[in-house]
Design a protein around this ligand. Structure first.
Ligand code: C2O
Ligand code: CU
Length: 486
């Protein structure tokens, strides 16, 4: 497997792996991390095996690409009813260390899949069992949390839909996974990261796909309501999702319902979506059966990725929007919330502090062995960078918080590039944007534009949770920190 480029050296990894086999013993069970998760009887069990497979991404008559996928099923979608107790066994069938992370799912910290911080790296041929209570309905996804630029960049990701029987009945539903690929004409991968990209807006793929194809044709009855679950699972690209031809409402962000907003009423009539962000749209098909198109309007040449054409018609047309039941999430107490502020920064020389956990700290030790660190430091949060290159020092937590308390956190972007910022293990409320462009909503990832300050609030859940940019190259070149919540 060629993981492309400077980010990680597989050879270095394999060498180290051979030398330190049995590393799992070094699992960081730090005070404050190790806690007994409420055990449960699983109501559903799945095994997710990461492996290689071939997929024709360049076109049906072009050479295939060797991608990575879980169970040989690119972007496979798991659907589970809300309330499921999911036992998910991750089997690492690729030739470098990996972990499985369920993005956006609120869960016990020990199943979060962050190597070093919450579990040891899963070595090739090994497995790790996650016990996940699926209490929040919505559109989630899962992906590795080591060498993400390489592994997720090569396709390793899947969709988790937690269904709610209280949802309104839609006339059709479709899942759309947007992802670009960096491919040479012979179907092989181009380097997945380049310094020029990693230090700036990211390294973009030129082969754009939705569900692995250049575009999709979908069906829905005329005058019917279609639920579209749209996921940006690209490593890099920020997209401006717009709809032409039908009435469209934004009904959920990152899986969580919000009071429906007409897409046309948002600035520029689009929803700007960074890597890892998801939206659910309710689209009302025109009564005359004319088609609806979906596109990414961010670039001058619009990428039209889906067309909905009418097939049949609904008996009794319903007015929109079809709102989802209100999200049932811990509601931060604004009056008593402690305030914190973090600045996203370019790491220019001295801007990034070299403070670290002491070398004999179990976390620092485990990190050295996990090798889930990038090559160079370009970014930081609040003058601290996640370890990169020869620096294997885990910085101290960005904040120490108390379980059950409410926090109001400002995220300021002092760089020239937008950053989709993700907090693990929580659904936070997005309160405001200094650019005044966001409706109030719950999310697990929020895009912060250059010069913008976004305020979020959440009720702290116990554990060590990372807080990072989801442009994967940014995360792997320093833009990651963590909160310790006890
Ligand atoms: Cu999508 Cu750290 O995660
Ligand atoms: Cu970023």
């Amino acid at each position: 497997m060629n993981n492309g480029g400077a980010g990680f050296s597989r050879r270095a990894f394999l060498g180290a792996g051979a030398a330190i086999g049995g590393l799992a013993l070094l699992a960081p069970t730090r005070a404050g991390v190790a806690r007994a998760a409420a055990p449960f009887e699983p109501t559903r069990e799945v095994t997710l095996t990461a492996g290689e497979m071939e997929l024709k991404l360049l076109g049906p008559d072009k050479p295939a690409t060797r991608i990575l996928a879980y169970d040989g099923n690119p972007f496979q979608t798991l659907r589970m009813p809300r309330g499921t107790r999911l036992k998910a066994t991750f089997v690492n069938g690729i030739d470098e260390g990996s972990t499985l992370h369920f993005h956006g799912v609120r869960m016990p910290n020990e199943y979060d899949g962050v190597p070093t911080l919450t579990q040891p790296l899963v070595q090739p041929g090994s497995r790790f069992v996650h016990l996940l209570p699926l209490d929040d309905p919505g559109t989630f996804f899962f992906h590795p949390h080591c060498d993400e630029t390489g592994q997720a960049g090569m396709g390793l990701a899947g969709v988790l839909i937690v269904e709610d029987t209280r949802d309104p009945a839609f006339d059709a539903e479709h899942v759309l996974c947007l992802k670009d690929w960096r491919l040479a004409p012979d179907g092989s991968f181009l380097p997945l990261t380049e310094p020029e990209g990693a230090s700036k807006a990211g390294t973009f793929g030129a082969t754009r796909t939705v569900n692995g194809a250049a575009a999709v044709e979908l069906k829905a009855p005329a005058a019917g309501h279609v639920r579209l679950r749209i996921l940006n699972i690209d490593s890099t690209r920020i997209m401006d999702i717009g709809v032409e031809g039908g009435e469209a409402w934004l009904i959920a962000v990152d899986g969580h319902a919000l009071a429906p907003v007409r897409l046309d009423d948002l600035p520029d009539g689009i929803w700007r979506m960074g890597p890892a962000q998801r939206i659910d749209l309710d689209i009302r098909m025109p009564a005359d059966g004319s088609p609806v198109t979906l596109g990414d309007y961010r670039a001058a040449d619009i990428y039209r990725f889906a067309t909905l054409t009418a097939e049949g018609r609904v008996g009794k047309p319903r007015k929109g929007p079809l709102a989802l039941p209100k999200a049932e999430l811990p509601k931060p107490e604004m009056k008593r919330a402690a305030r914190l502020s973090f600045t996203l920064q370019q790491a220019t020389g001295q801007a990034v502090k070299e403070i670290a956990l002491p070398a004999d700290d179990p976390l620092a030790k485990a990190l050295i062995d996990s090798l889930c660190v990038g090559a160079t430091t370009y970014w930081g949060i609040q003058s601290e960078s996640w370890p990169t290159g020869a620096n294997r020092n885990v910085p101290p937590p960005l904040a120490r918080m108390t379980t059950g308390n409410s926090y109001r956190v400002e995220i300021k972007n002092e760089t020239r590039f937008p950053h989709p910022v993700h907090l693990h293990g929580h659904a936070f409320e997005v309160l405001s944007s200094s650019l005044d462009r966001l409706p109030r909503h719950f999310a697990d990832t929020v895009l912060v534009q250059p010069g913008e300050a976004v305020e979020i609030a959440f009720v702290a859940a116990p554990g060590d949770w990372v807080f990072h940019c989801h442009i994967l190259e940014h995360m792997e070149t320093g833009m990651m920190g963590w909160f310790r919540i006890v």
